[in-house]
Design a binder for this molecule. Structure first.
Ligand SMILES: [Fe+2]
Length: 394
């Protein structure tokens, strides 16, 4: 094997190795493991990705007869051949994931998307305003170039619910749902960022607000959450569930705190409500972290069914129970979306398939919010967002 082919093969093995570690992190973070386990997996992932390149270049490239010295794969020891082969196999899921990202298509039921982008930090007039947007605990990560952690995108999406689930009434009615998720109050971004997001949400004047979990990481900041959620409940009816980050804290107390400011908690339960003349079954699930998926009545007597699920991993349950629309958070848009490659990390059993955006699974629409914040203050090409869903029901 010539030198360049040897280098290319070893580099590809490094990419494949990284892909396996990313898969391990994504899958484990989709399950209800304790934080200590997840942190261990992340450390293992870091070591595995950093150590592998020098290891494989030395053992398969430089050790005689190495691939960088004119040797062939057949001349390597059985153990090194196995490691090299396993790493190269990681290119299969990697290529699949990148390819799927590039050929992704919006579902037909997504009729129109418009969005407005705000640079909340960039628009500050004074240093003190800037400080309030940055927050009181600004990690080094937040200062990375092109970090969008202090930006906000307000997106309007017009959806049409069609097919078996929608009752045909002869005329089209529209309900307006403002969906936001993953506030992760942790001190960065600061309170002023959330005040700005709350202002934008209030301006949307929806029929209802829905929040799909991961409210808080630092319980001492609950007053921030309380103020935001109180303001929203003054504007429209509000429904919420919790997420895996809330599950790690006193989640019963967090749930009660949201209910106390006028929100309706739908975790593990369902209710029927009416918006204008549209009857809607609204249910929530915080599985696999808190409780089980809710019992849903059959047959359906309502016009539409909407499920709030922190993770899109409950997709199959939602389809089985004839939901028309599933609203989720959790995946943060992948948080870091690389050029060409796309997102790499999303804590889902489906990997980055549902990183963020609108998808169709069988007859059901899925909208995954990128959320407003994250525990780690880093976002590239995954701008924080709030979304107004204008849902046409016919
Ligand atoms: Fe989250």
């Amino acid at each position: 094997m010539n030198l360049y082919a040897g280098i290319a093969l070893l580099l590809l093995a490094c990419v494949g190795n990284a892909a396996w570690w990313a898969i391990l992190v994504n899958r484990t973070h989709s399950l209800p493991f304790q934080q200590v386990v997840l942190e261990s997996v992340r450390k293992l992932h870091d070591v595995g990705i950093i150590v592998f390149p020098p290891f494989i270049f030395w053992m398969a490239g430089c050790e005689q007869p190495g691939l960088l010295h004119g040797g062939s794969v057949a001349e390597l020891s059985g153990m090194i051949q196995s490691i090299l082969g396993f790493a190269l196999c990681g290119l299969v899921p990697f290529t699949w994931s990148v390819g799927r990202w590039h050929i992704r298509q919006h579902p037909q039921q997504l009729l129109e998307t418009t969005s407005q982008h705000f640079d909340v930090l960039g628009n500050c007039q004074t240093d003190s305003e800037e400080q309030l947007v940055r927050g009181n605990r600004v990690p080094l990560l937040a200062r990375f170039p092109m970090n969008e952690v202090y930006c906000l995108e307000v997106t309007r999406k017009r959806l049409r619910l069609t097919g078996r689930q929608s009752h045909k009434s002869g005329h089209t009615r529209t309900i307006r749902v403002a969906h936001f998720s993953d506030t992760h109050f942790a001190g960065c971004p600061g309170k002023r960022f959330f005040d700005f997001a709350t202002d934008r949400l209030c301006e949307l004047q929806p029929d209802l607000f829905v929040f799909t979990g991961d409210l808080i990481d630092d319980e001492t900041l609950f007053p921030w959450a309380s103020e935001m959620f109180t303001r929203l409940s003054d504007v429209a009816t509000c429904y919420s569930i919790l997420g895996n980050h809330d599950w790690r804290l006193d989640y019963s107390g967090i749930r009660q705190g949201i209910v106390d400011v006028g929100w309706i908690d739908v975790g593990q339960r369902q209710l029927t409500t009416r918006v204008d003349d549209v009857t809607m079954l609204l249910a929530g699930t915080e599985a696999p972290w808190i409780g089980r998926n809710p019992e849903v009545p059959n047959p359906m007597n309502e016009d539409i069914r909407i499920l709030l699920s922190h993770s899109p991993d409950q997709r199959n349950f939602a389809v089985e129970q004839q939901f028309d629309l599933m609203l989720c958070g959790h995946n943060h848009g992948g948080q870091v979306v690389l050029p060409v490659i796309g997102p790499v990390y999303a804590p889902s059993k489906y990997g980055v398939k549902y990183a963020g955006g609108t998808y169709r699974h069988q007859q059901m629409l899925i909208h995954v919010s990128r959320g407003l914040a994250a525990k780690e203050a880093l976002r590239w090409n995954a701008c924080p967002e709030v979304t107004l869903l204008e849902i046409e029901v016919s």
